[in-house]
Design a protein around this ligand. Sequence first.
Ligand SMILES: Cc1cc2nc3c(=O)[nH]c(=O)nc-3n(C[C@H](O)[C@H](O)[C@H](O)COP(=O)(O)OP(=O)(O)OC[C@H]3O[C@@H](n4cnc5c(N)ncnc54)[C@H](O)[C@@H]3O)c2cc1C
Length: 266
Amino acid sequence: MHPGIEPLLDRLGVADHLHAAGYVRHTEVWSGWGGAMQFVPYGEDANGPWQGYQAIRADFDHRLLESARTRGAHVLAGKVTGVLFTTSDEVAGVMTSEGLVQATYVIDCSGGSHTLARHLRIPMMRYSPQLVARFGYVNGCFNHPSPSICSDQDGWIWIAEVEPHRYQWTRVTEAHNRPDLTWIPYGFRDSEAESSRSADVTWRLAKTVAGPGYFLVGDSATVLDPSSSHGVLRAIMSGMMAAHLVIQRLCHEADAQMCARSIKSG
Ligand SMILES: Cc1cc2nc3c(=O)[nH]c(=O)nc-3n(C[C@H](O)[C@H](O)[C@H](O)COP(=O)(O)OP(=O)(O)OC[C@H]3O[C@@H](n4cnc5c(N)ncnc54)[C@H](O)[C@@H]3O)c2cc1C
């Protein structure tokens, strides 16, 4: 994750949890974008160099969820299967495998499956050719600069040591150049590789990202290929902005109701 996420995690009160997680930190990326490898530092301020996190995603998600739970969030594990509407067609909640959930606002963070956009028939506008990310992990000892990003005529490869002796790789190409299921980056071919997976990372943006009773945030609203490592940062930042707007709106409505009551009572 890009270092820009740190102030957001601080603001959410979870930065200390993440320091405790002991994720590998890095102050720069090795870039071979169209030329020889060079060392590109993130930058620094009075507190020292900015550092990214090699977060283990399942652990990171678990820590954020636990933090929300301890602050009073009620967490249901069901799948969203439909949308509830008011009589004036405003979004009023969701149908889930655990039952109906009514809500003044629905904030959709369902990622690239674009759940709410699909149910509301919001078009996803595409801004790149169809791009596919194939990704996987290899275990072993390698003398590879980490993290690194290199481009070639068909796409690019990202490689990062995410835990001691465990490397994550991502290969992004246009769909017609996607590597086969057994492909792993050159240099890792004699190593112990876990099976790889793929994801559609075509650049896309929902035509509408907010409307009566709902917001789309993170990948649910917009997807870019992960070359800039900003996806998690964008997801958290847009989620915080949606929450801020919901609170503002609810406070405004509560103020207006109090005002109306005090006018009525003279
Ligand atoms: C190969 C690859 C490498 C990447 N590398 C980086 C990187 O280095 N740094 C970075 O910042 N970003 C990276 N990204 C991008 C990043 O993963 C995403 O931008 C980010 O995860 C978006 O977060 P999100 O919460 O919006 O969506 P997601 O992380 O996709 O989470 C969506 C969640 O919603 C759940 N869901 C979906 N549909 C439903 C439903 N109907 N009901 C209930 N739940 C549902 C899903 O199961 C999932 O848990 C990478 C992406 C890929 C594919």
